[in-house]
Ligand binder design. Structure first.
Ligand SMILES: CC(C)(COP(=O)(O)OP(=O)(O)OC[C@H]1O[C@@H](n2cnc3c(N)ncnc32)[C@H](O)[C@@H]1OP(=O)(O)O)[C@@H](O)C(=O)NCCC(=O)NCCS
Length: 247
C-alpha cells in the first residue's frame, strides 16, 4: 500500500493539541482539500455510506490521511484505517487513537501505550451559539452552573460538549453503549498550562470512567478536548489488542 504523502500545515496548532494529552501521543493532521475522495482506493471509500455528501467525503478523506500519517509516524508501518459498522475506527494491533475533523482539517492522535483509550474532539468556536441553544441536552444543571460561573456561558457549553465527545471516543465500544450527553456528569478538576486549559473528570457512569481525564482548551479557532482513559486492560473488554502484525 502506498505511504501517505507528507503533511502540510493545517489551520490549527498541532503541538498545542498534542500537549493536552498525557501520556504523550503522536498527532498528525490533514487539510480537507488535500486528497480528493474519488482518488482513494475503493475499499477505503466503502467505509463511508454511499449517500455521503461531498463535504462529508472531504472530512472522511482528511481523517483517513491524518490517521495514516499518525500511524506511520508511531509505528514506521503504512496502514490505512477501516471502520466498524458504527463508523468507529478500527486501529491496528498495539495502537489506539482517535480522529476529529472540522470543515477545514482533520486531526488524529495515536498512542502505543498499553491499555490506553484516547479521544479527541475539535469544534469551531463559531459553533458555540448553536450549541448553546441545546445546552439542556448537553450539560446537567450542575455542569452548567459550574461552567457558567467560570467563563462566558457560550464558551462553557462548547467546552463541556467537546469534553463529552472526546470522552465518548476514548471509551471501548461496550462502554459507549447506551450513553448520552447527560449520563456521565463532568466536574472541573483544575487547570494546567495555558490559562484557558480546563480539565474535567467524570463523576459517574461505569467505575472505569473515574480514571479518565479530559483536558480542554481554545486552540486556534477551535475548542479542543483531549480525553485519556488509562488501564483499560483492567476492564476485561479486550478492545485494544496486543502488539502484532498488521498490514
Ligand atoms: C461519534 C461522535 C463522537 C463523533 O463526533 P463528532 O463531533 O460528530 O465528529 P468528529 O469530527 O469530532 O469525529 C468524527 C470521527 O469520530 C470517529 N468515530 C465515529 N464513531 C466513533 C465511536 N463510536 N467511537 C470512537 N470514535 C468514533 C470517526 O473516526 C469519525 O471520523 P470518520 O468517520 O471520518 O473516521 C458523535 O457523533 C457522538 O456519537 N457523540 C455522542 C457523545 C456522547 O454521548 N457523550 C456523552 C457520554 S461520554
Amino acid at each position: 500500500m502506498t505511504a501517505p504523502p507528507p503533511g502540510r500545515a493545517a489551520r490549527t496548532d498541532g503541538p498545542r493539541l498534542a500537549a493536552l494529552f498525557d501520556p504523550a501521543v503522536v498527532l498528525a493532521m490533514a487539510s480537507t482539500d488535500e486528497t480528493p475522495f474519488p482518488d482513494w482506493a475503493l475499499w477505503i471509500r466503502t467505509a463511508l455510506p454511499e449517500e455521503a455528501l461531498p463535504a462529508r467525503q472531504r472530512t472522511f478523506a482528511a481523517g483517513r490521511l491524518a490517521a495514516a500519517r499518525a500511524i506511520t509516524a508511531a509505528t514506521g508501518r503504512t496502514h490505512w484505517l477501516d471502520a466498524d459498522s458504527r463508523g468507529a475506527p478500527l486501529w491496528p494491533p498495539g495502537v489506539s487513537g482517535s480522529i476529529s475533523h472540522t470543515g477545514e482539517f482533520a486531526v488524529c492522535v495515536v498512542t502505543r501505550a498499553r491499555d490506553t483509550g484516547l479521544g479527541i474532539d475539535v469544534e469551531p468556536i463559531a459553533s458555540a451559539p448553536g450549541l448553546h441553544t441545546a445546552r439542556r441536552h448537553i450539560c446537567t444543571p450542575a455542569e452548567f452552573e459550574e461552567a457558567a460561573g467560570a467563563e462566558d456561558s457560550l464558551t462553557a457549553v462548547l467546552r463541556v460538549f467537546c469534553a463529552k465527545e472526546a470522552l465518548y471516543k476514548a471509551l471501548p465500544a461496550p462502554l459507549q453503549e447506551g450513553l448520552g450527553f447527560l449520563s456521565v456528569p463532568l466536574r472541573r478538576s483544575g487547570t494546567r498550562g495555558a490559562p484557558d486549559t480546563v480539565a474535567f473528570r467524570p463523576m459517574g457512569g461505569a467505575p472505569a470512567l473515574s480514571q479518565a481525564v479530559i483536558r480542554t482548551a481554545v486552540v486556534g479557532t477551535t475548542m479542543a478536548a483531549a480525553a485519556t482513559l488509562p488501564r483499560l486492560g483492567a476492564l476485561g473488554t479486550d478492545t485494544y489488542p496486543e502488539d502484532g502484525e498488521f498490514g
